[in-house]
Write a protein that binds this ligand. Sequence first.
Ligand code: ADP
Ligand code: MG
Length: 704
Amino acid sequence: MSEESLNKNGRTTGLDQMPVTALKGVGSRNSEKLAKIGIRTVQDILFHLPFRYQDRTRVVPIGSLRPGDSVVVEGEIELADIRFGRRRSLLVRLADGSGALTLRFFHFSAAQKSALSRGSCLRCYGEVRPGPAGYEMVHPEYLRITEGESPQVEESLTPVYPTTEGMHQLSWRAMAGRALALLQADPAALPEWLPDELLRRFRLPDLTDALGYLHRPPPDAPQQQLLAGSHPAQQRLAFEELMAHQLSLRETRLRQKHLDAPILSATAEWTRPFLKRLGFSLTDAQRRVLQEIARDLQQPHPMMRLVQGDVGSGKTVVAALAALQALEAGHQVALMAPTELLAEQHLRVFQEWLEPLGLEVAWLTGRHKGKVREQLLDDLRAGRVRIVVGTHALFQADVTFHALGLVIIDEQHRFGVHQRMALREKGSGSALPHQLIMTATPIPRTLAMTAYADLDLSIIDELPPGRTPVATVVIPDSRRAEVVERVRSACVAGRQTYWVCTLIEESEALQCQAAEDTVRMLQEVLPELRIGLVHGRLKPLEKETVMAAFKQAELDLLVATTVIEVGVDVPNASLMIIENPERLGLAQLHQLRGRVGRGAVESHCVLMYHPPLSQHAQQRLGVMRETNDGFLIARKDLELRGPGEVLGTRQTGEMQFRIADLLRDQPLLEEVQQAAQLLLEQYPERVTPLVRRWIGDRQHYINA
Ligand code: ADP
Ligand code: MG
């Protein structure tokens, strides 16, 4: 143990504070390389786990080898020979009495050649493969030994670490070895924050043992389990890390309960006539979620509620009723959507619903400039405008409210935490507005409770009655002519159609180009149809005009880029063609497809791919064909693409794990939540150090 790692009491300083340079052999050059991958302390070294292991703990008889094994063998060279085949190679025949094996070298020096001569004894480590004359090892590691004097084998499995340029496995092994020695000399230098009762209850090994095991597994360790990350020692670390995230988000939520928000009591002044005029009755799921919201709004602390509901589940009317409650209580409401298209649609729906009640709905986006904007800002500040719909323009610094009571955010995935926070700041005095966040991206419940532990969760798990599922087919684009015919007959029969163009490139310009080309092609082959085009580069007014025309059935066919992905509602549209669906994620396809199937007629979706289709893509499109259930699709998406994609921005930066893997460790999530609860209730003093250990500086970011 190095001198500087000891403090006055002869104890090691915390390994979370000890820089990597405290380890012998780690200088400033290595520490810079390590810093690049986020490794700064001895604790970081310990949490940098091997991703696989080699077994050099025993010498295996050559006669018992199987292809694919990576093993140590020993034997005597029977034959060494240079072959001049397609590639010159040195072939060495090694035998140990139980069998023989060929060692094959494509690169070799003269010295090597003479060392590998008949009669010498070798110990080799390498991977066994089938070769033209029995098993072989290509470029094995080898060591010359003296017959009968076999050197010692390794005592534990040999770890292989994920690495960074210029760091060799030998350095990693040495660093991990020294770090382990420090830990084992004084386990208190990396304290166990999980209480005994918890370790016992969930059958988890303690921290020191788990780390010791993973960096130096015994010879009989179950390699398959380690490879899968499901060994108790790994699960224990993942468990702790997930707990730290859970605790950090829960703390954020608890803090909310100490903040002030206006009490918004309903009077039914507007909600009653609103519901009367609505033309349909709410589903049970909508009613339940509304009750949850209504209860929150009457609390003196800010609501932070996420409403999940599949496409078409009717989130907008829930938002409107929440807004009415705030308005009835004399407060202002801001409704924010991620795109102008969507904001415009909300504006129209809210106008249609609220203006008959005598409530004027204002409108603020980036294109409102000059006098109009100033007037609106004045009205918001003075409280003359009570409800405003818009885009991110709503949270610009100069937008202030008289008494903002409720912020509604639609399609939360497009908004980062920072943006939400910016809107929250727009409350009056010390009071913060309540927040209602809506998303159509269904996330499996346990995952949602992990990723959104700072929010309360409501789920609209029911579609309005009378919806027929969208029938989906997957066909190659070589059958384009057939698809065009299908569009013709649908449109002629008065059923409107979407034709969605996608591109790999993020470039919006290219996407628009593709959409324009498609329009020209379709106009040529379908001259009898009225065809419109929307893409991201149209001026907002143009876009609005086209959308309005489509909605009023003045257009038969709407060619679009993925801008129509979220929220657009045209119930008479019942056919959708999606070009190159293999380029999109399942969640996005589900969103797109949700644009049809909104009326009572049976809807169809044609996924027209460009062959050849990878097996993975086939599987994904197969999921789309088989189900319309957004939650099921989300689960599949999670399996096929991993949680990063499914959670969107939430995942990037905000939820990065060192050891845990939300997909692999899903079975732990429920227990993690129970454990977090137990820690909060019975060991509150351990919460902060645990969160700091795993999240460190990022904690600040999450709670920003
Ligand atoms: P989303 O949850 O995808 O935002 P919307 O709020 O746009 O869904 O609702 C989809 C359609 O369903 C809209 O036309 C809406 O008016 C209608 N709708 C919502 N709730 C009901 C209901 N309870 N009964 C019948 N139709 C409903
Ligand atoms: Mg919506």
